[in-house]
Design a protein around this ligand. Structure first.
Ligand code: MG
Ligand code: MG
Length: 252
C-alpha cells in the first residue's frame, strides 16, 4: 500500500498534457465509428494521431498486446484486439479504450460509442455506465477511501439491475500505465486506502447487462460476458486534489 506515488504539481501538469492528448484522439476515433469501419482502421487512425501529437502508444507492446487501441464490441467487455476482419455494424456497442505516454507520463480513458442507432436497452446501459463513472469520480475526494469509489459505482449499477464485471478494475496511473492502488468497481463504504491529494487514478466501470461473470477468449486477451449479453465501459484518468477530483482526460 505504501507504494502509492503522490504526484507533484509538475508531474500533474505533464499528466494533464497526456490526458488532453488521449481525449483529443478519442474524439477523433469516436467520429470515425460507423457501420462498415473495421476495428483495424480505428487502430491505424489512433496510431497515426499518437505520433502526430508527439506521444507514444501506451498499450502497444504492453504484456505483448499488439495494438494501440483496445476495441471491444457488444458482449466483449475489455481488451478486444483490433482486426481487419471485424467490421462494425449498425446497432453495435463499440468500446474504445485508449492510452498514451507523453513525456514520461501515462493517460488512459475509455468510451462506449453506439454504432448508428442501438436498442433502447443498449442505450440505457451506456447511460448508466457513464453515470456510474461520474459517481465514482465524485467520490474521489481527500479523506474518502478507495471503497467509497467502488461503492458509489456498484450502488449506481446494481440499483438499475445491471452488474459490475468482476476480475477487472481501475488502477493508479502515472509513470506507469498500471500503478498501485487497484481501484475496484465494487466495495464497502469507508474501506480501503485513504485518498490523498496528488493521487492519480484511472477509474473505469465495466458494466454488464446480465451476469457479472466474464470469460477469456482463446486469443488470451478478449474478455467476454459469460452469458454473451452486452457490456459497457467508460474510463477517466483523474487526480485527487484538495478541492476535489480533477478529470485529466476530459475537455475543460
Ligand atoms: Mg483503459
Ligand atoms: Mg485503465
Amino acid at each position: 500500500m505504501s507504494q502509492v506515488e503522490i504526484k507533484s504539481k509538475d508531474e500533474i501538469a505533464l499528466m494533464r498534457e497526456a490526458g488532453r492528448i488521449v481525449c483529443e484522439i478519442l474524439d477523433e476515433l469516436e467520429k470515425a465509428v460507423a457501420p462498415g469501419v473495421t476495428t483495424w482502421e480505428l487502430d491505424a487512425l489512433a496510431e497515426k494521431l499518437i505520433y502526430e501529437k508527439g506521444a507514444r502508444p501506451a498499450f502497444k507492446g504492453y504484456l505483448g498486446f499488439p495494438c494501440c487501441l483496445c476495441a471491444s464490441i457488444n458482449e466483449e467487455v475489455v481488451h478486444g484486439i483490433p482486426s481487419k476482419k471485424r467490421k462494425l455494424a449498425q446497432g453495435d456497442l463499440m468500446k474504445l479504450d485508449f492510452g498514451v505516454v507523453y513525456r514520461g507520463f501515462f493517460g488512459d480513458s475509455a468510451r462506449t460509442v453506439p454504432v448508428g442507432k442501438v436498442s433502447a436497452e443498449a442505450q440505457a446501459l451506456v447511460e448508466a455506465t457513464r453515470q456510474a463513472l461520474e459517481k465514482g469520480i465524485a467520490a474521489a475526494v481527500p479523506g474518502n477511501r478507495l471503497g467509497d469509489i467502488g461503492h458509489a459505482v456498484q450502488r449506481h449499477v446494481e440499483a438499475r439491475g445491471y452488474s459490475v464485471a468482476r476480475g477487472f478494475s481501475g488502477h493508479g496511473i502515472g509513470r506507469k500505465l498500471h500503478e498501485q492502488p487497484e481501484v475496484n468497481n465494487h466495495g464497502e463504504p469507508g474501506s480501503g486506502m485513504k485518498l490523498r491529494p496528488g493521487m492519480t487514478l484511472a477509474i473505469e466501470p465495466m458494466v454488464n447487462l446480465g451476469t457479472w461473470e466474464v470469460a477469456l477468449l482463446e486469443d488470451d486477451w478478449t474478455a467476454v460476458t459469460l452469458d454473451h449479453k452486452l457490456s459497457a465501459h467508460f474510463e477517466h484518468t483523474i487526480v485527487v486534489t484538495e478541492h476535489g477530483p480533477e478529470v485529466l482526460t476530459r475537455r475543460t
